[in-house]
Design a protein around this ligand. Structure first.
Ligand code: AMP
Ligand code: ZN
Ligand code: FE
Ligand code: FE
Length: 289
């Protein structure tokens, strides 16, 4: 029964959450849905967050705010759905994922910029299909379509199509053979200059955070980004060493930046909801920008 396993994991995780009068609620502020390259629908992520006992969840799809309305409609009382987005940005010539939280869903400038990125992603998807063909891998007419289709197209979708078409044995193999960075069929994405992305989040009334910061993240780069409007840094995420989490927290505190965290859940077995969380106090500090 494949459905059982994630829930078992969730129960184990829930059991590990701090308890007692001071514990308060926990917030997972980094979750993807079927609106981008997650495999849970917004309704499913809300249900999983409820089962985990979370008090807040941010839906942070790549370059779209599309899943938030569905998630809010499905949310029970006591579960806040934070409007989030993970913007594909660029900093010092490298990709940087910028989380925008508490953004207005009807900000025309943000909506237009995200729409542009998504349209480029569709062109890039077709380009990668062409590159696969040049490698002798034919993939015609198999992309999901209709109302269930994602709003933001990415390499995971292409990897899953390759698996369904029997061209590779697994998503992992699809990346290893064709789609990894610099791979034979990989094509670049359009990336928003980070200063522009920061201004857009601010303009939409939101708070920004550097998602899963890389080795590029130092007190100097954090200070530069703070100067351009960065509010927070993601310090709790899967696979991050405890010592690095502590270091990032120290730097954030010294620079007056808030902290955030989340699972970066993409579906069952792809980092479960509730795997990484922040406290209610950290969420209210983040909310204040
Ligand atoms: P995209 O937004 O189209 O560039 O796709 C990025 C997604 O591809 C991320 O969610 C990663 O999890 C996934 N990804 C990137 N590189 C690899 C890799 N080498 N193996 C498996 N997944 C990868
Ligand atoms: Zn993703
Ligand atoms: Fe990311
Ligand atoms: Fe993410």
């Amino acid at each position: 029964m494949p459905q059982r396993q994630p829930f078992t994991t969730l129960c184990q995780l829930a059991a590990r959450l701090p308890r007692g009068p001071q514990a308060g609620g926990r917030a997972d502020l980094h979750v993807h849905t079927t609106y981008s390259d997650g495999t849970y629908t917004p309704r499913q992520v809300v249900e999983l967050a409820r089962r985990c006992g979370l008090s807040a969840l941010a839906v942070t799809d790549h370059d779209t705010l599309g899943g938030i309305t569905d998630a809010r409609a499905a949310a029970p009382p006591g579960l806040e759905v934070v409007a989030g987005v993970e913007i594909t940005a660029e900093y010092r010539g490298r990709e940087l994922h910028l989380l925008g939280y508490f953004v207005r869903l009807d900000c025309p400038a943000l909506a237009a910029a995200l729409g542009r990125i998504r349209r480029h992603r569709v062109d890039r998807f077709h380009e990668m299909v062409r590159r696969l063909r040049a490698c002798g891998v034919e993939l015609d007419g198999e992309a999901p379509a209709g109302p269930e289709a994602p709003q933001t197209w990415g390499r995971r979708h292409l990897a899953e199509m390759l698996v369904r078409a029997g061209k590779v044995g697994s998503v992992r193999e699809a990346f290893a053979r064709y789609l990894k960075d610099g791979g034979r069929a990989e094509a670049p994405k359009v990336r928003l200059p980070v200063a522009e992305a920061l201004a857009l989040v601010r303009g939409a009334g939101g708070v920004s955070a550097w998602a899963h910061p890389s080795g590029d993240c130092t007190p100097q780069t954090l200070a530069e980004l703070r100067g351009w409007g960065l509010n927070a840094v993601e310090v709790e995420y899967p696979e991050l060493k405890l010592s690095r989490r502590e270091e990032l927290r120290r730097w954030a505190a010294a620079l007056g930046l808030a902290v955030t965290g989340g699972s970066d859940c993409h579906g069952p077995g792809k980092r479960e909801i509730g795997l990484c969380t922040i406290s209610e106090e950290e969420l209210s500090r983040l909310r204040s920008g």
